[in-house]
Design a protein around this ligand. Structure first.
Ligand code: COI
Length: 355
C-alpha cells in the first residue's frame, strides 16, 4: 500500500457544541465524547476519503465480522494543552506504527499516515477547545478499526472502518492500586495476539479482572502462560519493579504490548542515570525482595494510566505491602514525562508534536 498517498478530508461541522454541558472537573474516564468523529472506510482494496462529522451512532450489518470474530484493533493516545494554549500530542509515530503492526496481525489493512496522523491533527484542530489547560487534564484519543464486511463465514472481512473519537479525561485510576498476581488465567501466549492492541485482548481479561475486583484488587499482573513464574504486564499498563536501586521491566515480546509510556520512561530513567534492566522478573524474586525489604516500588505505565504506583500485591495466600515513599522513582518519572507532554520542560528527545 502506498502510505504516502495524501487523502483530503471532508469536514461537516456540528451545528452546535455540547461542550458547555460537560463538567470537566468530574469526568469519569472514557464516557464523554467531543462533538466530532473521524470516519474512513476501506473497501475494494483501498481506503476512501476520511470524513470528520458530528459524533453520532452509526449502522452496520448484524453479520459484520467485528461482532462475530472480533476483528477490531485500537490505540490510546492523549492531547495536552500548554500555558500558551498550544495543543500537543506525544510520539504519534509510535502509535501509528503499533496500530499497523496490530492490523497486520489481525489480517486487517494498514492505515496510511495521511489518514491516521493528518486526520488526527485535523480533528484535534477542530476540537482544541476540548483540551483543557492544567496538569492532569487531557483529551484522550481513541483511534480504532473494525471489520464491517457482512457475512458470518470465518474469514477476514473485505471492508473496514477506521475511526477516531476523542474523550476529555483526567486520571484512569482513582485511589490506591492493589494488584494480584495471576496464577491460573493468562492474558497472552507465544504465537498469539498479546503484542497487538486487539479488542479481544481486553475482553479476555474481563472475567479474571472481575474475580480480582471482587477480592479488592484493581488489576492483575499477568504472568507467562506456560509457567506462571514470570511477571509480564497488567493489561492496561506495562509494569516496572524497583529492587534496590535498579528498575526492572519485562522485555516486550509476542505476549507483551510495546507500550509508548513504557519505552519513554526507560529513556527518561536512563537519562537520569537510573539503572534500568529489561529482563524477565520472576514472581519468586519480588516475593523474596518484598520479604527482605529490597523491593522498593512497583508501578504501572500506560497512556491512560500514565504512571500509577502500586501499593501492594497479592500472591497465593499472602499480601505484600510496598513501602510508602515520599520521593519515589515513579512520581519523579511521572513528573518528568508529564512536563515534556505539557510543554513545561524542554523535549530533548523530540517526542512532542504541535497541533
Ligand atoms: C491506554 O492506556 O490508552 C489503553 O489503551 C488502555 C485502555 C484499556 C484504557
Amino acid at each position: 500500500m502506498d502510505t504516502k498517498n495524501t487523502h483530503e478530508i471532508d469536514i461537516v461541522l456540528a451545528t452546535s457544541s455540547k461542550i458547555n454541558s460537560v463538567d470537566f472537573d468530574n469526568l469519569s474516564f472514557g464516557s464523554t465524547f467531543t462533538d466530532h468523529m473521524l470516519v474512513c472506510d476501506f473497501k475494494e482494496g483501498k481506503w476512501g476519503k476520511p470524513v470528520i462529522k458530528p459524533y453520532e451512532p452509526f449502522m452496520i450489518d448484524p453479520s459484520a465480522k467485528v461482532f462475530h470474530y472480533g476483528q477490531a484493533i485500537f490505540e490510546g493516545m492523549k492531547a495536552y494543552k500548554d500555558e500558551q494554549d498550544q495543543v500537543w500530542i506525544f510520539r504519534p509515530d509510535q502509535n501509528l506504527d503499533r496500530f499497523n503492526k496490530s492490523a497486520v496481525r489481525m489480517a486487517m489493512p494498514e492505515v496510511p499516515e495521511s489518514i491516521f496522523i493528518d486526520g488526527l491533527k485535523t480533528i484535534l484542530d477542530i476540537e482544541r477547545a476540548w483540551v483543557k489547560k492544567g496538569l492532569g487534564n487531557t483529551l484522550y484519543i481513541r483511534p480504532f478499526m473494525i471489520a464491517i464486511g457482512s457475512g458470518v463465514i470465518a474469514q477476514p472481512s473485505t471492508q473496514y472502518r477506521f475511526m477516531i473519537i476523542l474523550s476529555p479525561a483526567k486520571s484512569y485510576y482513582s485511589g490506591d492500586v492493589k494488584v494480584i498476581i495471576a496464577e491460573h488465567y493468562s492474558r497472552a501466549a507465544n504465537g498469539g495476539i498479546g503484542a497487538a492492541k486487539a479488542a479481544g485482548n481486553y475482553s479476555a481479561q474481563f472475567y479474571p479482572q472481575k474475580l480480582a475486583q471482587e477480592k479488592g484488587f484493581q488489576q492483575i499482573i499477568w504472568t507467562d502462560d506456560a509457567t506462571h513464574t514470570k511477571l509480564e504486564e497488567a493489561g492496561t499498563m506495562n509494569v516496572f519493579f524497583k529492587i534496590n536501586d535498579t528498575l526492572y521491566t519485562a522485555p516486550t515480546s509476542e505476549r507483551i504490548l510495546d507500550g509508548v509510556t513504557r519505552k519513554s520512561l526507560i529513556d527518561l530513567a536512563k537519562r537520569e542515570g537510573i539503572k534500568v534492566e529489561e529482563r524477565s522478573v520472576l514472581v519468586d524474586e519480588i516475593v523474596t525482595a518484598a520479604k527482605d525489604g529490597s523491593l522498593k516500588e512497583i508501578f504501572g505505565a500506560g497512556t491512560a494510566a500514565v504512571v500509577s504506583p502500586i501499593v501492594g500485591f497479592q500472591y497465593k495466600e499472602d499480601y505484600y505491602e510496598l513501602p510508602k515513599l515520599q520521593n519515589s522513582i515513579a512520581m519523579d518519572l511521572k513528573d518528568k514525562l508529564t512536563k515534556i507532554q505539557y510543554n513545561l520542560a524542554e523535549d530533548t528527545f523530540g517526542w512532542t508534536v504541535k497541533i
